[in-house]
Design a protein around this ligand. Structure first.
Ligand code: SAM
Length: 291
């Protein structure tokens, strides 16, 4: 789909173009790393829902030099190759894809699993939030198979009605769970990122793909947690506060040529095409003044 002029005014979109990132999302991962030092000591990572690949580009650069296969990128869609990144095309909610990923890390677990997955948004908030939660839980399920103890999991969440339930599930597996909103993520979006550090599954937990974590009944009362099971996850904004605000428009430097520039020039000169409605002319006839 072509980019609209709104996209072009977006400072992170322009910075991504300038810096060779495939998507503005690269800044979200970079800003999360600024805050949480996600890449420290990381040599093996999985990028779930990776296309078009800006997070994989960041991972390849940050933990680069490790050779091919140290970053595994997975998406429904094919993407152009990235040096040092092994690609798997598949659906992360499917057993076959999960198995393919897990196979790759057998005997050599990953330090970091990231998931920026987003379903095709329907506009029906409940459906979108549910789909997003399913993606996150599929990603968590894969993470429980491939992460080393102490490893880190970062996943996009929608801060909707059921988000506390998701935090609680994440807290079962990680010693620290935070909700982070990078500066490059638009304030107008309910997206945020669950940053889960210190992978530490409960004693006796055996990852089991045949019982996916996402396969629960979604009983609405189940979200009404209290007592020790109610977990309040800290909310952190990240990215330097003096950096660009993703909801503002900034003056363009250098100025771009908008597609309507010619129309502006014609208007200044009084030569813009004008609709003429008269008895002689059929409605909608367009005439150009002062040709
Ligand atoms: N992080 C990426 C980047 O920086 O380029 C952008 C990811 S984009 C926001 C969301 C991606 O999720 C899409 O490419 C989509 O194909 C993928 N996706 C959605 N559902 C998926 C699924 N079930 N399995 C695999 N990928 C999925």
């Amino acid at each position: 789909m072509g980019r609209t002029s709104k996209d072009k005014r977006d400072v992170y979109y322009r910075l991504a173009k300038e810096n060779g990132w495939r998507a503005r999302s690269a800044f979200k991962l970079l800003q999360l790393d600024e805050e949480f030092q996600l890449f420290q000591g990381v040599t093996r990572a999985v990028d779930l829902c990776a296309a078009p690949g800006s997070w994989s580009q960041v991972l390849s650069q940050k933990i680069g030099g490790q050779g091919s296969g140290h970053v595994v990128a997975v998406d429904l869609q094919a993407m152009a190759p990235i040096p040092g990144v092994l690609q798997i095309q598949g659906d992360i909610t499917q057993l076959s894809t999960a198995k393919e990923i897990i196979q790759h890390f057998e005997g050599c677990p990953a330090d970091l699993v990231v998931c920026d997955g987003a379903p095709d948004v329907t506009g029906l908030h409940d459906v979108d939030e549910y789909m997003q939660a399913q993606l996150l839980l599929a990603a968590l399920n894969i993470a429980t198979h491939v992460l080393k103890p102490g490893g880190c999991f970062v996943a996009k969440i929608f801060r909707g009605r059921d988000v506390t339930l998701i935090y609680s599930q994440l807290r079962v597996f990680f010693s620290s769970v935070l909700c982070a909103k990078p500066r490059s993520s638009r304030n107008s979006s309910i997206e945020a990122f669950a940053v889960c550090q210190g992978y530490d599954p409960p004693q006796g937990f055996l990852p089991d793909l045949t019982k996916p974590l996402l396969d629960h009944s979604y009983d609405p009362d189940f979200n009404q947690l209290d007592g020790p099971t109610r977990i309040i996850v800290p909310f952190v904004t990240c990215g330097d506060l003096s950096s660009y605000d993703s909801d503002r428009s900034y003056p363009l430097d250098p100025p771009i040529s908008p597609p309507y520039q010619e129309a502006c020039t014609l208007k200044k000169k009084g030569r813009l095409a004008k609709e003429i409605r008269s008895q002689d002319c059929p409605i909608n006839t367009v005439d150009t003044l002062s040709q």
